[in-house]
Structures are given as C-alpha cells and as structure tokens.
Design a protein around this ligand. Structure first.
Ligand code: SF4
Ligand code: SF4
Length: 292
C-alpha cells in the first residue's frame, strides 16, 4: 500500500447562495469568506507546505469567494493539487476560469445537484459543458452528487440514469442530520440498495468506523481549515477542540510532526480513510467523491 497522501479539506467560505432545507451547515450565518489580507496570509502559509498536497476546497459555496480561480492558480503553481466541491451555480465563464487556473493540477471537480434550488435539466446542461471543459485535463475527474432526500430515492435513481447516459459519473449522497446518517425507512433503504447497490458500498456511505488506537497521520498529513482560518487535525479533533493546529490567517499553523494513535470513539472522516492517512485502514479507494 502506498503511504499517506497529504490532503487538506479547506472549507474556504461559510456562506452559500442556496438555502437547502437539509443543509447541515445551516449556511453558517455570519461566516463569510476571508478578507483579502486573510487570504494572502493563508496562501503564504499553504503554498509553502513542503511536498505536494491535495487541497479539497469546499464551502458553503466556494465560488462566493471571487478570488477562487486565483487561489487555484497559486496552489497549482506551488505544486499542490486542487479539488473542488461546488453547487455549480457560478456562471460557466467563472467555472472555466477556475478550471484553466488549476490546469493540470486539477483532480476532482465535484458538484452537487440540489433539486430544491435548481432544475435538473438546466443543471445537466451545465454539467455537460463543464465535462467538455475538463476534457483538456486528463487527470481531472468530474462527479455529480445527488442528495438523497428521504422520500426522493426514486427521483435520485432516475437522475443517476440520466447523468450516466450523458457520460457523467453520478453518486448518491446520503444525508446527515446532526452529524449522523438521516433516518431512511426500510422501504427506502431497500430502494437505495436496489438503485445504487452496485456502487461503492452505498449502504455504508456516511458511516463512522471505530479506529481508536490506530496510528493516524491526521494533524501531520491531513488537516481541515474552517472559514475563520482555524485548522484542526480532523472532524473529531475540531469537535473536541484538542486537534487545534493554529490559524492560517495569523501565521500560527503548526502541524504535528508524527502520527498519533487515534483516541476518538468514532471516525467519520472519509478523506483520511480513503487517503491512507490512517495506518492499516483504507487508502486504496482512489477518488472519494462522496466523502469530499
Ligand atoms: S448548496 Fe450546499 S451549502 Fe448551500 S445551502 Fe445547499 S446544502 Fe447548504
Ligand atoms: S477520528 Fe479518524 S481521522 Fe481523526 S484521528 Fe481518529 S482515525 Fe484519524
């Protein structure tokens, strides 16, 4: 198995232009994006990280940050890789600018279909255009996530067929409520398995694992950045506060220099699970579009 693949989950903007009723972030009222000075400070720190890291940029909606294409360009120029999760609402010309800015360093371009906010036909048309733009960059992968709202499993299954007919990878995204998987009735669970059972263990998506005691590189080869600039080793490290690694806006980021045994009861962190960050667990799954 290859070693840990250094990865940052950068939650670059708290706000969103959509108001999905099921939003786990509750649109983070009052938490916008970084100021110009904060962004400069963050980029100075992050472009200087040794080696090649993959930056998985999300929000809120990351394109609310007008300088997002510049962020992609500067990370790419520093030798880092760039992945993105967006609701695809930005104008196509802005999406094109971002794609060109990340260029050959672009990896996963992931977008979520939120039917409460957008017509599927319109979204599909835009997704096709993005797929064409990405064709120039062979290392980039394009993925559409369909949020599986309880009661709408059949609709999402039909979407999957339409997107796959257009040659676009489509993943069902099970919902979380208060950090736990949403309640799906037994009929819906059956429908989920029937519609998506051939995909990467969909009925196990969004699941936590008991990894307490395993040696984990979160904090040294993986970290998350909150819109206010605070960095944490992983999601439990943020929730319990003991994984605080400083702040990228004030130059205090300090990564741990060695792996540590996990001391949390449950690991919900799909990115470390899929990137070889946790010793002896996962690491071979490749792109983890669902667990962005
Ligand atoms: S697009 Fe995403 S972040 Fe925005 S409101 Fe919907 S679920 Fe929340
Ligand atoms: S919760 Fe997961 S990512 Fe965090 S320290 Fe434990 S194993 Fe590592």
């Amino acid at each position: 198995m290859s070693g840990p693949r250094p990865t940052v989950s950068w939650n670059i903007v708290g706000g969103c232009n959509y108001r999905c009723t099921y939003c786990v972030q509750k649109h983070m009222p009052g938490i916008g994006g970084p100021t110009d000075a904060q962004l400069e400070a963050a980029l100075a720190t992050l472009t200087a990280l040794p080696g090649s890291w993959e930056f998985k940029i999300s929000g809120g909606e990351p394109f609310l940050l007008k300088r997002l294409p510049e962020v992609a360009r500067r990370l790419a120029e520093a030798g880092h890789k760039v992945s993105l999760l967006t609701n695809l609402s930005a104008p196509l010309r802005v999406l094109a600018t971002f794609i060109e800015a990340a260029g050959e360093q672009l990896r996963t371009f992931s977008c979520s279909l939120h039917r409460e906010e957008v017509e599927e036909a319109e979204f599909l048309e835009k997704a096709r255009a993005v797929k064409e733009l990405l064709a120039r960059w062979p290392r980039a992968t394009f993925v559409v996530n369909g949020v599986v709202v309880p009661g709408q499993v059949r609709e999402v299954a039909a979407s999957r067929e339409r997107f796959e007919r257009a040659g676009i990878k489509f993943y069902p995204q099970l919902m979380r409520v208060d950090g736990k998987p949403a309640e799906y009735g037994w009929v819906e669970r059956w429908r989920i398995d029937r519609a998506f059972g051939d995909m990467v263990s969909p009925s196990r998506m969004n699941r936590g694992y008991a990894l307490k005691g395993r040696l984990c590189h979160a904090g040294s080869k993986y970290f998350i950045i909150h819109p206010k600039g605070d960095a944490f080793s992983c999601y439990p490290g943020k929730r319990f506060g003991d994984g605080h690694l400083g702040n990228v806006f004030d130059g205090t980021l300090k990564l741990w220099d060695a792996p540590r045994p996990c001391h949390y009861e449950v690991c919900p962190c799909t990115v470390p699970q899929n990137r070889g960050i946790i010793e002896g667990f996962g690491g071979g799954a490749g792109e983890d579009a669902v667990g962005f």
